[in-house]
Design a protein around this ligand. Structure first.
Ligand code: HEM
Ligand code: HEM
Length: 201
């Protein structure tokens, strides 16, 4: 079954690559173990800011080119939270009873998407402030912007590790990787994990 259109896959891989570059270069700038590597601070900072600009520029291009509306359609789907989603979240915590049926995305994936895009906004606003405060002495409050940026990093790290575990390691969810690489998934996998979507299709 077709799971992701090229526009959705392009957006995902744009986000994944730029985010991982931002995380790696951010940690080089931040963690004392990389102090020696970070001696050339200007280089790592330029890569960090380049990846941030690359993400937003790529997003604008993808949204502008989304004439078929597949990104808008996906955004609306992720934004819709029904009763089964609430039951699914309760089930995910208690693991009691059968898994409530889910649509194309389960409630955890919907929350993950909202969190990641929310974090990108928090990172960008605090990062922009850090940049402006460094280049313009009249702008104050650099330490709070750094604090927000650092807290966002520590929220992002477990979120990404959890995501990578689900898509690369965990046997029952790993088949989704095929959907993000080739665009399609097996119908029996879809029926098991996303039965409402499989039935609709
Ligand atoms: C998306 C837009 C982003 C912008 C505009 C941005 C901008 C910046 C800027 C200007 C700095 C300061 C560099 C310096 O003066 O040393 C910085 C540092 C940093 N960034 Fe970002 N960043 C963004 C995203 C991210 C992301 C996604 C992560 C991690 C997942 C991240 C993690 C870090 C870390 C850990 C530091 C070092 C902070 C410190 O020294 O305490 N950033 N960023
Ligand atoms: C090598 C790294 C990565 C791989 C292999 C990967 C793989 C995947 C796959 C297979 C899906 C589709 C799941 C489905 O069928 O529904 C997905 C969804 C998603 N990915 Fe990634 N991903 C990677 C990195 C990232 C990064 C760094 C981010 C952003 C911080 C990210 C954000 C998302 C989001 C928001 C979704 C949709 C919601 C969800 O399924 O949780 N991914 N990813």
């Amino acid at each position: 079954m077709r799971r992701f259109w090229p526009e959705e896959r392009s957006l995902h891989w744009l986000l994944a690559v730029t985010f991982l570059v931002l995380l790696a270069t951010g940690l080089i700038l931040y963690l004392p173990v990389f102090a020696e590597l970070a001696a050339d601070r200007r280089l790592w900072k330029s890569i960090h800011l380049g990846a941030a600009i690359g993400f937003w520029a790529g997003l604008v291009v993808l949204v502008a080119g989304d004439t078929g509306g597949s990104l808008r359609h996906t955004a609306a789907e992720v934004d819709r939270f029904d009763e089964d989603d609430v039951l699914w979240l309760r089930w995910a915590v208690t693991r009691r009873g059968d898994e409530p049926p889910q649509g194309r995305f389960n409630a955890g994936q919907k929350l993950n998407t909202a969190f990641v895009f929310g974090l990108m906004i928090v990172f960008s606003v605090s990062g922009l402030l850090m940049y402006l405060q460094e280049t313009d002495a009249s702008v104050r409050g650099r330490t709070s912007a750094i604090l927000v940026h650092d807290i966002a990093t520590w929220i992002a790290v477990p979120l990404i590790l959890g995501h990578l575990y689900l898509v690369l390691v965990n046997a029952s969810t790993r088949p989704s990787l095929r959907g993000m690489v080739l665009g399609s998934v097996r119908r029996d996998w879809a029926r098991r994990h996303h039965p409402k979507w499989e039935a609709d299709e």
